[in-house]
Design a protein around this ligand. Structure first.
Ligand SMILES: *[C@@H]1O[C@H](CO)[C@@H](O)[C@H](O)[C@H]1NC(C)=O
Ligand SMILES: *[C@@H]1O[C@H](CO)[C@@H](O)[C@H](O)[C@H]1NC(C)=O
Ligand SMILES: *[C@@H]1O[C@H](CO)[C@@H](O)[C@H](O)[C@H]1NC(C)=O
Ligand SMILES: *[C@@H]1O[C@H](CO)[C@@H](O)[C@H](O)[C@H]1NC(C)=O
Ligand SMILES: *[C@@H]1O[C@H](CO)[C@@H](O)[C@H](O)[C@H]1NC(C)=O
Ligand SMILES: *[C@@H]1O[C@H](CO)[C@@H](O)[C@H](O)[C@H]1NC(C)=O
Ligand SMILES: *[C@@H]1O[C@H](CO)[C@@H](O)[C@H](O)[C@H]1NC(C)=O
Ligand SMILES: *[C@@H]1O[C@H](CO)[C@@H](O)[C@H](O)[C@H]1NC(C)=O
Length: 412
C-alpha cells in the first residue's frame, strides 16, 4: 500500500487539495492492515530469516521471508522501524523494479533482500511489509540480522609460570571483542574444572587455587563467535614439587634383599619431583661411599656387598631431600654346596693359586671393582674366595669428589 502511495506520489502532490485526505486514508488503511493482518492468509506466522543465519563481514546475506506464499504486489524493506526514513528499498513485483535502484541491497522477485559485502553496522532488525494483490498490506514481518567478523587470536597470560605446590595462579584471556565466548583448554582437551579451579563470569579469567602437580600442562583459551573461533598460543604451567614417593626397586616385602653370591643386582631409585630429582647412593650410612645417579649396579655379588644402601634424593629448586634404605644380605653356597661363612675355611690349592695370580695381576693394576675396602689385604682375601667371578662394578653418572677412586672402576 505504501509503495502504491509513493509511486502515485507525484500526482497526489500535484493536487494538494485531494492529497491530504487521501494520504490520511492510506495511512489508516496501513495501520488497519497491520492490526488486522499481521499473519498470512494461511494463518502461519511470517518471519524474516537471514541466510546464512549469521552474517560474516565482507560476505553476503539474504534476508528470506518464511511463511508467506500468496501473490504479492510489492515489498518494502526497513531497518529497525517502519518509519519512512528507515526504509531501505521498495520493490514492485509486476515491474520487477526496485527503488532506489542504485544501492548495494537488491530485492529478488520473491521479495528476499540481498545485502552484499556486509559490515558490522548491518547488524540490525529488518522489517518487511508485503503488499498483496489487492494493494493492501498483508503482512509485516521482521527478523534480526547479526554480522560478525572473524575472531582474532586471543592472548593468554598467567601471573606466574613457575609455581610451588599450593601457590595460586591466575590466567587471563584477552580478546579483541568483549562479546566473544571463551572456552579453556588444557593439554588440547576442553578443561574440566576441578574444585580448585574457577572461571570469572564471562570466562575471561581462570583461577587455580593451590596448584597441584597434576595441574602441570599447557593451557589455551579459545575465543569464538557464531561464525568463527580462534585459539590462543599454548602457555605452559609448571608446578615445582617434591621429591616425594621415593621407592627403591627391587623392594622385597621384608625390606631386605637376599642376594645370592655371584648374582648381579641393579638397585633403582625413583622419586616424584619437578624439576627431576638428583640421586645419591650411600652405603653403610655414608661411612664409605657415595655415588651419584639413580642406579646402583652390583655386577656380581660378594660378601662385602652386604650392608645398608641408602638412596638419597634432592630437588635443587625446592631444596628438599628425602631418603630410603634397603638392606642387602649376600647369601650363598660354595661350589660344593656348603654355606660359605668363613673365608679361611675354604682355602684349597686351586684357590691359593688363584690368589697368587690375583695378587700378581690385579695388584699391579691397583684398581679393582670391589668397594669399601680400605686396604689391599682384604682385597686379596675376597679374591681368594671367588677368583672365577667378575668383580662388582658400579656404574655411576658423576661420582662425587671424595670418591674419585670409584670413577675409574668402570674400566674393568
Ligand atoms: C555477493 O553479492 C555480490 C553483489 O551482488 C555478488 O557479486 C557476489 O557474487 C556475491 N557473492 C556471493 C558469495 O554470493
Ligand atoms: C565492501 O565494503 C568495503 C567497506 O565497507 C569496501 O571498501 C569494499 O570496496 C567493498 N567491496 C565490494 C566488493 O563492494
Ligand atoms: C586467528 O587469528 C589470527 C590473527 O589474530 C589469524 O591470522 C588467524 O587466521 C586466525 N585463525 C583462525 C582459525 O581464524
Ligand atoms: C599444600 O597444602 C596441603 C593442605 O593444606 C598440605 O597438606 C600440603 O603439605 C601442602 N603442600 C605443600 C608442598 O606445601
Ligand atoms: C597470582 O594470582 C593469584 C590469584 O589472584 C595470587 O594468589 C598470587 O599471589 C599471584 N601470584 C603472583 C606471583 O603474583
Ligand atoms: C564459559 O565456559 C563454560 C565451559 O567451561 C561454557 O559452558 C560457557 O558457555 C562459557 N561461557 C562464556 C560466556 O563463554
Ligand atoms: C657394610 O657394613 C657391613 C658391616 O659393617 C660390612 O660387612 C659390609 O661389607 C659393608 N658393606 C659395604 C658395601 O661396604
Ligand atoms: C638450599 O640449601 C642449601 C644448603 O643445604 C643452602 O645453601 C641454600 O641456600 C638453599 N637454597 C634455598 C633456595 O633455600
Amino acid at each position: 500500500m505504501q509503495w502504491a502511495a509513493q509511486s502515485g506520489g507525484a500526482s497526489l502532490n500535484a493536487s494538494p487539495r485531494w492529497g491530504q485526505p487521501l494520504k490520511r486514508l492510506l495511512i489508516t488503511v496501513s495501520i488497519l492492515s497491520f492490526w488486522i493482518k499481521p499473519i498470512s492468509a494461511k494463518g502461519a506466522s511470517v518471519s524474516v530469516v537471514p541466510s546464512p543465519p549469521y552474517g560474516r563481514m565482507g560476505s553476503n546475506v539474504t534476508l528470506t521471508i518464511h511463511g508467506f506464499s500468496e501473490q504479492a504486489l510489492s515489498y518494502n524493506w526497513y531497518r529497525k522501524t517502519t518509519e519512512d526514513s528507515n526504509k531501505i528499498i521498495s520493490y514492485s513485483v509486476p515491474s520487477r523494479m526496485q527503488i532506489p535502484a542504485d544501492i548495494r541491497e537488491k530485492v529478488y522477485p520473491n521479495g528476499f533482500l540481498l545485502i552484499p559485502n556486509l559490515t558490522l553496522s548491518d547488524t540490525e532488525l529488518y522489517i518487511v511489509q508485503i503488499v498483496d494483490s489487492r494493494g493492501v498490506i498483508a503482512v509485516i514481518a521482521q527478523g534480526q540480522l547479526r554480522v560478525y567478523d572473524e575472531v582474532a587470536k586471543p592472548n593468554i597470560a598467567v601471573n606466574s609460570t613457575n609455581n610451588r605446590e599450593n601457590d595460586s595462579v591466575f590466567f587471563t584471556c584477552s580478546t579483541e571483542n568483549k562479546e566473544e565466548n571463551i572456552l579453556w583448554f588444557s593439554n588440547n582437551q576442553p578443561l574440566s574444572l576441578n574444585e580448585r579451579m574457577s572461571l570469572s563470569r564471562n570466562n575471561q579469567t581462570l583461577t587455580i587455587l593451590r596448584v597441584k602437580r597434576e595441574d602441570t600442562g599447557s593451557y589455551q583459551c579459545q575465543a569464538s563467535n557464531p561464525i568463527s573461533s580462534n585459539r590462543s598460543d599454548p602457555l605452559t604451567l609448571t608446578v615445582i614439587y617434591g621429591p616425594s614417593h621415593i621407592e627403591i626397586f627391587p623392594r622385597p616385602e621384608s625390606g631386605e634383599i637376599k642376594l645370592r653370591f655371584n648374582d648381579p643386582l641393579t638397585l633403582e631409585c625413583q622419586a616424584l619431583s619437578y624439576p627431576a630429582a638428583q640421586y645419591e647412593w650411600h652405603v653403610n650410612d655414608t661411612l664409605g661411599s657415595v655415588y651419584s645417579g639413580s642406579s646402583y649396579i652390583i655386577t656380581s655379588a660378594s660378601w662385602e656387598h652386604s650392608g645398608k644402601y641408602t638412596c638419597w634424593t634432592r630437588n635443587k629448586v625446592t631444596n628438599l631431600s628425602i631418603s630410603e634404605d634397603i638392606i642387602i644380605n649376600v647369601i650363598g653356597e660354595s661350589p660344593g654346596g656348603a654355606i660359605i661363612g668363613i673365608v679361611s675355611g675354604v682355602l684349597a690349592g686351586l684357590v691359593f693359586t688363584a690368589t697368587l695370580i690375583y695378587v700378581l695381576f690385579f695388584r699391579k693394576t691397583s684398581q679393582s671393582c670391589s668397594d669399601g675396602s680400605p686396604n689391599g689385604t682384604e682385597e686379596v682375601s675376597y679374591a681368594s674366595i671367588n677368583f672365577s667371578t667378575q668383580k662388582s662394578c658400579l656404574v655411576t653418572q658423576s661420582p662425587m669428589s671424595r670418591d674419585t677412586i670409584y670413577s675409574e672402576i668402570k674400566k674393568r
